[in-house]
Ligand binder design. Structure first.
Ligand SMILES: NC(=O)C1=CN([C@@H]2O[C@H](COP(=O)(O)OP(=O)(O)OC[C@H]3O[C@@H](n4cnc5c(N)ncnc54)[C@H](O)[C@@H]3O)[C@@H](O)[C@H]2O)[C@@H](O)CC1
Ligand SMILES: Nc1ncnc2c1ncn2[C@@H]1O[C@H](COP(=O)(O)OP(=O)(O)O)[C@@H](O)[C@H]1O
Ligand SMILES: [K+]
Length: 502
């Protein structure tokens, strides 16, 4: 894994690093964290200096806030600290931070005071960090609701209070930050589910810890360096046979478009030839918008394609089952999406076939499909997206993409990655079909399965992000537009990856 790729740690992993580093850390980690938070406060209030409100909780997150407060006070800034915890039960570092704050002449409020006449210059949330262990209720919840109502910069220390650091779930209520300064490394909860709606601009401060020296990260954030080796310009002396033959099977009655979208996406991402089978006897025999596509029977597609995507709009009938069975028996890279996943979830024989394959299987469920595949429901999946993706990968011996806000990829060796491209404008019909098409195009071009899944996932979101920047969406963005834009983004990546002689 390249050094520049951002590591992601669960709470257990962060605690492990803390335990190894803390005993000999000089200056202590809390001093470093508080100083980093004070620096961020200076930056955020540069244009509008004024009184900073820091709300501190009963654990070490509160300690970070108290160090931050002391640093600001020592720099002659006006600071209001709110803390109503039990001094006797403060952890040692936080208790020391409290004593130092009082020693520096700092005062402590036990209730949220009204803002000064000119308003708060900044609100810092140091209530709860990675130690949150149950939903916020009572006065803490009321404080958070009140803090969220101020239209000023709102800085979360380590993680917005109320967000579960491992899952991104809101526990009760959660601070809505404009900025989050997180320590040591990223946590999954900042990147997936409700996290992204609460963190604002995300800043990581490692606190001068060389993480690689202390732990192997279980997760990473996807970026283009992870598949840069595959981003090669084509040789001049190439022909279409070099770029594979994609097969897409789906598109039952009323769902023709799903398979056509996937097939068009495969074409736009450079597959040499794209065969598509619409399992609807009355389907057209040509795609007049994209006549380059070759419409064939399922049998022809299964026989010919060197990588297959099965499922978009496939339906759930006997014919669909027969096609899925045959596709699983072929030792070629296989993307299963949509109805193929529902069929897989229902049938032990399919599951056995899937488990025994030696060619890569890539499954791309949304939380509903993932729930079926795991025998649970979408709520259980969303409750722990990373855990669900890893479990799916193990159970189905597949590479898994669990879609949604902060898509999670899990690999059979238990590594996982989170994708940060994309936006809620993508929550519209056909988006997943386009992703399947992008993915199968890379597989047909003989990309390794892992690189193909990372690249297609990242590209799909990056294309949607580019469109939104250009005013195409987020609202009203269509899957077909993402398909078109993916081509441009991908070609740009190839140019970029091959500059400077790489
Ligand atoms: N341990 C260390 O040395 C360092 C810790 N750091 C900070 O410390 C944080 C973790 O500290 P802690 O482990 O003390 O955890 P927190 O400060 O996040 O919170 C733990 C405290 O909150 C209570 N609590 C949890 N959920 C609650 C709820 N819903 N309602 C009311 N009380 C609740 C717990 O009983 C405990 O007293 C990190 O997020 C980071 O900000 C940093 O200073 C870096 C170094
Ligand atoms: N809120 C969101 N943020 C980021 N990406 C999203 C969001 N909602 C949907 N997407 C992406 O859009 C795609 C939707 O796929 P899917 O649910 O299978 O749609 P469909 O079944 O209509 O094809 C996935 O890649 C998903 O990750
Ligand atoms: K916090």
């Amino acid at each position: 894994m390249s050094d520049s790729v951002q590591p992601v740690f669960t709470v257990a992993g962060i605690r492990g690093i803390e335990n190894r580093v803390m005993p000999s850390a000089d200056p202590p980690l809390m001093e470093r964290a508080g100083r980093a938070a004070a620096e961020e406060a200076f930056r955020l209030t540069m244009e509008r200096p004024g009184r900073v409100l820091i709300v501190c909780g009963p654990g070490n997150n509160g300690g970070d806030g108290l160090v931050m407060a002391r640093r600001l006070l020592q720099a002659k800034r006006e600071v209001t600290v709110v803390f109503d915890g039990d001094l006797a039960r403060l952890p040692a570092d936080a208790a020391a931070a409290y004593v130092a704050w009082r020693g520096a002449g700092g005062k402590v409020e036990t209730e949220l005071p009204p803002p000064p006449e000119e308003g708060w210059a900044l609100i810092a949330d140091a209530l709860f960090g990675i130690g949150l262990e149950r939903p916020l209720t009572g006065h803490y919840a009321a404080w958070i609701e009140s803090l969220n109502s101020f239209n000023v910069p709102r800085l979360a220390i380590d993680i917005p209070s109320g967000i579960d650091a491992d899952t991104g779930k809101v526990l009760g209520t959660a601070f809505r930050a404009t900025h989050t300064l997180t320590f040591i490394a990223l946590k999954p909860g900042l990147l997936t589910l409700d996290g992204p709606d609460h963190v604002g601009n995300l800043i990581v401060r490692t606190l001068d810890i060389d993480i690689a020296e202390h732990a192997r990260p279980p997760g990473h954030v996807i970026d283009t360096t992870l598949f840069r080796d595959q981003l090669k310009p084509r040789l001049n002396n190439s022909h279409k046979g070099d770029f594979g033959e994609v097969g897409v099977i789906g598109g039952a009655r009323g769902m023709n478009g799903a398979a056509l979208l996937a097939a068009r996406a495969a074409l736009k991402l450079g597959a040499g030839r794209v065969l598509v089978s619409l399992v609807d006897e009355r389907a057209p025999s040509v795609d007049l918008i994209q006549p380059e596509l070759m419409l064939r029977t399922p049998e022809q597609v299964l026989a010919q394609a060197n990588a297959l995507a099965v499922g978009p709009g496939l339906g759930l009938d006997e014919r669909a089952k027969a096609i899925l069975g045959e596709a699983l028996a072929l030792e070629r890279p296989l993307v299963l999406d949509a109805d193929a996943l529902t069929l897989l979830a229902q049938d032990d024989d399919f599951q056995r076939l899937c488990h025994d394959r030696s060619a890569p299987t890539l499954i791309t469920p949304h939380p509903g499909e993932a729930g079926r595949l795991l025998g649970t429901d979408p709520f259980a999946v969303q409750h722990d997206r990373v855990g669900a993706a890893v479990e799916l990968s193990q159970r189905y011996r597949s590479l898994v993409l669990l879609k949604g806000c902060g898509s999670v990829i899990a690999l059979p060796d238990q590594r996982w990655l989170i994708n940060t491209t994309g936006h809620p404008g993508m929550a519209s019909g056909g988006m997943g079909d386009v992703l399947s098409g992008l993915l199968v195009a890379l597989l047909a071009q003989r990309w390794p399965a892992e690189s193909a899944l990372l690249a297609a996932t990242h590209l799909h979101g990056a294309a949607a992000d580019r469109l939104a920047r250009e005013g195409v969406g987020p609202i009203g963005l269509t899957a077909g537009e993402v398909c078109e834009a993916s081509r441009g983004v991908f070609n740009g990546w190839i140019v970029q990856a091959n500059q400077n002689g790489h």
